[in-house]
Design a protein around this ligand. Sequence first.
Ligand code: NAD
Length: 674
Amino acid sequence: MSVITTERQGDVLVVVSNNPPVNALGAAVRTGLSAALDEAEGDDGIKAVVIRCDGRTFFAGADITEFGKPPVEPLLPEVIERIEAFAKPVVAAIHGTALGGGCEVALGCHYRIAVPSAKLGTPEVKLGLLPGAGGTQRLPRVAGVELALEMTAKGDPIPASRAKEAGLVDRLAGEGSLAADALAFADEVKDVRPIPRISEKSVAPAPEAIEAFVKANAKRFRGFDAPAANIACVEAATRLPFAEGLQFERQEFMKLMFGSQSAAQRHIFFAERKASRIDDVPEDIALRPVEKVGVIGAGTMGGGISMNFLSAGIPVTIVETQQEALDRGTGVIRKNYESTAAKGRMKPEQVEAAMGLLTPTLSLDDLADCDLIIEAVYENMDVKKEIFGKLDTIAKPGAILASNTSYLDVDEIAAATSRPGDVLGMHFFSPANVMKLLEVVRGAKTDKDVLATAMAVAKRITKVAVVAGVCHGFIGNRMLMPRQVEAMKLLMEGATPQQIDKVHVDFGMPMGPFQMSDLAGVDIGWHRDPTRIENIRDALCAVGRWGQKTGKGFYDYDEKRNPSPSAEVQQIIDDFAAKEGKAKRAISDEEIVERTLYPMVNEGARILAEGMAQRASDIDVVWIYGYGWPVYRGGPMFWADLEGADKIVAGLEKHGFEIAPLLKEKAETKGRFN
Ligand code: NAD
């Protein structure tokens, strides 16, 4: 059956798309729409057309599998132009989400009617693009510059009610009567002339509004090309005749489509979906039920981990050894929820509902009925082994036993139980209620259904999960280590913390290695003996420079936690360099890139070759969602492909690094990771 069908209702031709799951505007849909227009054109008995969709939504966007491939006629802009130029009124009947090309089809129609629950949006910017089928030219003409900027440059959809207020939608339909209401609408307007065409409208220049918008969103847009291109197109709509505006939009679209940023953003879009696939586990494997979760430790991580489940409506029993720690931990959870509620992002009754699912306890025995137990106590192998040994006697058969360890050997932890098949790592990132990434660490003996269940649980709590093998630091932290080591060496050779951090921030990272260290705590993993000073870190810790929490670390902080360079830190660095006989020299930004970012790629290549990550794109997902690697650079392995493995190898060799064999092979064969 064709994806587009037509149906005569009196003198209205109702055109219906049925292209599950989201009525994407692939070639078959575009061809079908064209044919339907031919039919309406050739039939004198037809006076108006309604376009609507079956299934859960109106056209929810372009068919992104067509991206980057040779275009197939008819192209979407042509179809939309034909709709707009059509000599008989065309009504778009919208439910679900009219997104991207779908929103543009609606804009090409002469009238729009939507159910109240519908949403309209142009999210192309999130894939590094712009609505390139006239969206940037029609939106400001019908809804004004400000809303057009919001919709195109930020990409968030708006509800039908707002679209109605802005004139983007002409009429709201009854929630259950869209088809009938749209037909009635078409019947009403079939003889109205002139036919309203958005392209024939004009919109006044609004330089102040544009300037204010750019200023208000400077942080959000930092480093991205697409928002600026969207803004430029909206601005062009206020200045150029429609046809010239379309040309301008096309040029800008092509620049983005063939640029590296959009390629990176599309790569991550697909990489995220691929990450949930486990190579040797069938997709239909039977999962273990997870209806009740236990968390051990109510510290920084245990609290955040619990919140994920509570927010998803899954009951959590949380265990501490001391009442005071338990009260503090549950208090922090409540405070976090209440501050979310204070910002209007949660209702007070939702706070109570979430807290009502939490059972605090001092007894591990209370975990006996949990389906999944996540341990988040101190990073100490003996402590963890003791806990897993006890869990073995307490947990019900089939319960999944997970550790949130950052670095420790999950196989050794599993060996403390008589059921290593039920054990794995679930490595959350801090703050655990916020960060999207979850590394699911697969032990040598982890059962396949346990692994698959952990991945499915991750989805339920809206995390992006990646499978990692057992190795020191798994994927993310393992790649972080060579970067930190090299950053410290660079300090000794003459670079400053601010210079190194700036290179990383300019690259697009949310912060550099020293800002990160100050945030996490310079004292993490410190031996705690102020008289034992063997490196710069020891020296900082000895004088109480533990990072933001003590008001000073690699930087000095004011009450508002604004950093400034520290003379004391510079003195400590200089003293160390002098003591080790290191001559200081000027270090270029390029050298910082070569010595801090290239080694990450090198380590990524090792991780891949060892099978610790299933695929290069999983490593990219880890760095995007766990560490804020700029999405427009697609993750370290995608970026490596852009840089070229040969260039990276040359850079690393210049500084005496040992090259990972897989990276060397890519360089020699001009191969790519992704
Ligand atoms: P934390 O010190 O904030 O919390 C640990 C909590 O565990 C404390 O409240 C402590 O009282 C409790 N605890 C200790 N022994 C216990 C026991 N036998 N039974 C019950 N509770 C016990 O530490 P954290 O930062 O939350 O780290 C916990 C784990 O998560 C560590 O393995 C760490 O490596 C890992 N991790 C930490 C981060 C991070 O950024 N902090 C990120 C990822 C993973």
